[in-house]
Design a protein around this ligand. Structure first.
Ligand SMILES: [Ca+2]
Ligand SMILES: [Ca+2]
Length: 311
């Protein structure tokens, strides 16, 4: 009997001791149940046991996500936004053939004298046709080619010649330094407004030994003041035109100011008859006003070059 009493006493001591152990306490309602808690904040927890830990972890997480992924997002999101802001505004690189912010053009190289300068600024280019043509636009090298007649046909000659050096995707237009029959048919009126108002350098097409291209004028005003910084003597093949005197003439009918000189134009560039009035010509050897208006006009039956300007 005494043995049984002492056993009961031992059990009672054991139960009391359990209540003082960390993480173990008696149920709040004193029902004798032992509840476990990892946090020790059982007072804030629901009385239903066994789910308290899990419910605490998932309360703030959206459905389907765990709290650990939420905290991952929080820690990685600042670096992600840094990366996205740096990829949306990368520094422009001149010469990568991509037209980017701050660039007027990008032709994939760092050379000037080819319509797009070393710093990706648009530039104007002029060349003289390698081929010579008579007053009916028959090329000296081949009499069989029908190029049409008139100013537009000569512009076409320039455009066709420019294909020699223009990138395939280029949309740059070229026009001839040439006047027709009507009064507003000279470069001072029929050239693009962009060119007629530019203050940018107008380059001679770069040669193979000087890819930069010599500047012939610093803007339109400089071009039409009667004096070039250099004669226009480079062809679309980036080579110098033949310097033999009788091979250096250029059809123009244009004065140094870019205006039409007179009505003599080989019947609007359609006739190579010998009886036509001589036409004003320029010279690829000259950089004074005779670059466009030489003292010696030329007969329509002779072959001469054309000056071509990018627009
Ligand atoms: Ca670029
Ligand atoms: Ca270039």
């Amino acid at each position: 009997m005494q043995k049984k009493q002492s056993r009961t006493l031992l059990i009672a001591i054991a139960i009391l001791s359990l209540g003082t152990l960390p993480g173990c306490e008696l149920g709040p309602h004193g029902d004798g149940k032992v509840e476990t808690s990892s946090s020790g904040t059982s007072a804030d927890m629901p009385t239903t046991s066994g789910v308290s830990t899990t419910s605490e972890q998932t309360t703030d997480a959206p459905p389907g996500e765990t709290s650990s992924s939420t905290s991952e997002e929080l820690t990685t999101s600042p670096s992600t936004s840094d990366e996205s802001s740096s990829t949306t505004t990368p520094p422009s690189e001149c010469g990568n053939r991509m037209h980017e912010s701050g660039e007027e053009c990008d032709d994939g190289n760092l050379e000037s004298g080819d319509l797009c300068s070393f710093d990706c600024t648009r530039e104007f280019v002029v060349f003289v046709t390698k081929q010579r043509f008579d007053g009916a636009l028959q090329p000296q090298a081949s009499r069989e080619t029908d190029l049409g007649t008139g100013l537009e046909a000569v512009d076409g000659i320039c455009q066709n010649a420019a294909k020699k050096f223009l990138p395939e995707e280029s949309s740059t237009k070229f026009k001839a330094w040439l006047a027709g029959d009507a009064l507003p048919s000279a470069p001072s009126s029929r050239f693009s407004e962009v060119l007629r108002t530019t203050t940018k350098p107008i380059h001679l097409l770069g040669t193979e030994s000087d890819l930069l291209g010599v500047v012939i004028a610093n803007g339109w005003v400089d071009l039409v003041d009667g004096h070039l910084q250099s004669a226009i003597d480079v062809t679309e093949e980036r080579s110098f035109v033949d310097q033999s005197l009788n091979l250096t003439w250029v059809w123009t009918n244009v004065d140094p100011n870019g205006n039409r000189v007179n009505g003599n134009n080989c019947d609007q560039w359609s006739s190579n008859a010998m009886n036509k009035a001589p036409v004003i010509t320029g010279s690829t050897l000259q950089s004074d006003e005779m670059w466009t208006q030489h003292t010696t006009p030329g007969g329509c039956e002779f072959y001469k070059h054309f000056y071509c300007f990018s627009q």
